[in-house]
Ligand binder design. Sequence first.
Ligand SMILES: [Zn+2]
Length: 228
Amino acid sequence: MKTTGIDENINDFPSTDIEGLAEPDIEIDPLFEEVSRFIVLNQQGSASFIQRQFCIGFNRTGRLFNQLEAAGIIGPCKEWGKPRDVLINNLQSLESVLSELQPIIDLAREKEAERAAIHERAHEQIERDKIAERIKEKYRRRQLEKNIRQELIDSGELFGEQPKRPKIPREVVDAVYTRDGGRCVYCGSTQNLQLDHIIPFSRGGATTLENLQLLCQKCNIEKSNKIG
Ligand SMILES: [Zn+2]
């Protein structure tokens, strides 16, 4: 007994009987019609030939050959590694066999289309997830940039809207308060008093008694608005 070649693996598969194949719930290979036409046209029942021609693996070819045998298109395995007999000699005869099998061929096509649609949806979902991830990543990056920028401004390494002001010494605060009589030097208010740099700190004004004055919040804001 010859035991070389791929065909012996293929012929190892148990055959399905014709009754089994006629059951509508039995799955048939989507390539069934195409392969059977190719085999009848070429009168060639070699499994390795079909494998090469249709670029399919030997497991799938084995299942296909079982189906072709069950449909009476090829004969049973007589010897390991040998091509099957082709039992139908012309395409016209084949077409009548195929028309009998049409319901399960259609079912196979439907299932194949379903599988393709499921695959398509899964693929689309993966794309959506990727895009969502990119958007989130962009947002996180922007948020991080904002935080880092604020940290640099706070630490004085980067000027933001305003340079960081040094803390005014307690005795200077007291001296300005006493000198200005505890009132806004503009309007005389005693509410919401603040220390104001006469020459703004951002323009090089010093934090000294001479350059500081007492202003209420309202006057301080008005002054800031005028300076811009
Ligand atoms: Zn005031």
